[in-house]
Design a protein around this ligand. Structure first.
Ligand SMILES: [Zn+2]
Length: 390
C-alpha cells in the first residue's frame, strides 16, 4: 500500500446528500496455529451479515447493499495466508479498493460511516517512514521498498568476486595477493552499495533504511556508509543474501521497524510532554491539540491506544471543537457531533503527513489527557525568536 493510496482514502468525500455511505472493512487473520480452522472467514461472514441486517433495518440505500454483498463474497472466499485485509468501498460513487495488510488489525470489523474509518490503518501506518531494506554481502546487494508489509524489490548490485588463489591453483600465484585482491573487490562493492544508498536517499526514494547482512560483514559495511546514510539506519537483521526469501526479509525488517516506531513514539511523546510543561513546542489535551492542528503547527500526534472522545465538526469550514457547541465558533454554521474525534483527526494527519503514534500503556500520556502533540513551531511565539523543529 503506497502513501498516495492512503492519502486517496483520507481525502475521499462522501456525498451524503445522495445517501452515499463509506464502507470500511478490516479482516484480522487467524494466528498461525489456527489457520486450518478458517475461523477468520467465519468471523468475517458474521460481521458482514450483521451489517447487512442493520443496513436493511435502517432502510439504507441499495448501493450499500451491493457493497456489503461484495465484501461478503470476499470474506467467504478468503484464503488464510496470514495477511490482514482491508476494503474501502462506496459503490454510489463507484469506489472500491482492496488491500493486503500486516496481520495486526485488532479484530475483524466493518464500519458504515460518512468517511472511511482509517484508525486501524493509522495505528499500523502511524509514523512509518519511506523505508528501504538493503540486503548485502561481499558481492551482492538487493534493495527493497517496504510499505505497510508490502515488500517490493527495486534493484540489485552484483560484483562477483574473483575466485581466490588457492582454488585457482596455478603455480607461482601468490595466495596472499589473491586474498588481498578479493578483499579490495569487496571493499569496492561496499562502496558502490553505499553510493547507491546515498543517491537514492538524495532522490527521496527512501527516508530510513534497514540492513540485512551477515554479522561478519556488518562492521566493514557500516564503516563504508556515508554519514547521512548511517544516521538513517534504524536497525539490522542477520541474513544471507544467497538464501534469504522475500517472506523472511519482510518479516524480519517488519519486526525491526515495529520496534523502532514503538521506541521513537515513546521518546517523542515524552519530549512533547516536557515541552508542553515548559510552554514550548508541545501541547497536551484535546482542546489544545485541535487548536494547534488548525494553526498548522503540528508535527506529530500521540494518542493512548484506545483513546476516543466526542467533539463537534463544522461541515462548512471543517473547524473541530472539543466543546460540544451547536454552532461553529469560526463561521456560525450548525455543527455536527462526532462520536469520536479521531475519525476527523486521522484523515487530517494523513493528508498533511503528520506522524501519528499510538502508545500502549503510557502513564505519562494518560495523565496528560491521552492526547498530545509535538509542534513544528508555535505561532503565538513567532514574533522575535522562532522555535523551529529540529
Ligand atoms: Zn465553521
Amino acid at each position: 500500500m503506497t502513501r498516495d493510496e492512503i492519502r486517496e482514502l483520507a481525502a475521499f468525500q462522501v456525498d451524503e446528500s445522495k445517501g452515499a455511505c463509506a464502507l470500511s472493512f478490516y479482516l484480522q487473520p487467524d494466528p498461525p496455529q489456527d489457520r486450518s480452522h478458517r475461523r477468520e472467514a467465519i468471523v468475517a461472514k458474521d460481521v458482514v451479515k450483521q451489517a447487512l441486517k442493520s443496513a436493511a433495518a435502517s432502510g439504507k440505500s441499495g448501493s450499500l447493499h451491493a457493497d456489503l454483498d461484495r465484501v461478503l463474497e470476499l470474506a467467504t472466499s478468503v484464503r488464510g495466508n496470514g495477511r490482514g485485509r482491508a476494503v474501502f468501498a462506496c459503490s454510489a460513487q463507484k469506489f472500491w479498493r482492496e488491500y493486503e495488510l500486516p496481520p495486526h488489525l485488532g479484530g475483524t470489523h466493518i464500519y458504515l460511516q460518512s468517511r472511511f474509518q482509517l484508525k486501524p490503518l493509522a495505528a499500523l501506518l502511524g509514523a512509518q517512514p519511506g523505508l528501504c531494506v538493503a540486503v548485502v554481502d561481499r558481492q551482492r546487494a538487493r534493495f527493497f521498498d517496504l510499505r505497510l508489509d508490502d515488500l517490493r524489490e527495486r534493484g540489485a548490485i552484483v560484483h562477483m568476486l574473483s575466485r581466490n588463489g588457492s582454488s585457482y591453483g596455478f603455480n607461482g600465484y601468490d595466495a596472499g595477493h589473491a586474498e588481498r585482491r578479493v578483499a579490495g573487490e569487496a571493499l569496492q562493492h561496499f562502496k558502490a552499495v553505499s553510493e547507491r544508498l546515498r543517491t537514492d536517499l538524495e532522490k527521496g526514494i527512501w527516508e530510513r533504511v534497514i540492513v540485512g547482512c551477515q554479522d561478519a560483514n556488518w562492521s566493514e559495511f557500516e564503516s563504508n556508509l556515508h554519514p547521512y546514510v548511517k544516521e538513517r539506519v534504524i536497525g539490522r537483521f542477520s541474513a544471507d543474501v544467497a538464501s534469504v526469501s522475500n517472506e523472511e526479509i519482510r518479516e524480519r525488517a517488519g519486526a525491526v521497524l515495529e520496534r523502532w516506531i514503538r521506541e521513537r513514539g515513546r521518546t517523542k511523546a515524552s519530549e512533547a510532554l516536557d515541552l508542553a510543561k515548559s510552554n514550548g513546542r508541545g501541547v497536551t489535551g484535546l482542546r489544545r491539540v485541535l487548536q494547534a492542528l488548525e494553526a498548522g503547527e503540528v508535527q506529530s500526534i500521540f494518542l493512548s491506544e484506545n483513546y476516543a472522545a466526542p467533539a463537534v465538526e463544522c461541515p462548512h469550514c471543517g473547524h473541530l471543537d472539543a466543546h460540544l457547541v451547536p454552532s461553529c465558533v469560526a463561521c456560525g454554521n450548525a455543527t455536527r457531533e462526532l462520536s469520536d474525534v479521531c475519525d476527523a483527526i486521522i484523515p487530517i494527519a494523513i493528508r498533511r503527513d503528520i506522524e501519528l503514534f499510538y502508545l500502549k500503556e503510557d502513564a505519562e500520556l494518560d495523565r496528560a489527557g491521552n492526547i498530545a502533540a509535538l509542534l513544528r513551531f508555535r505561532s503565538d511565539q513567532r514574533t522575535g525568536q522562532v522555535a523551529v523543529a529540529s
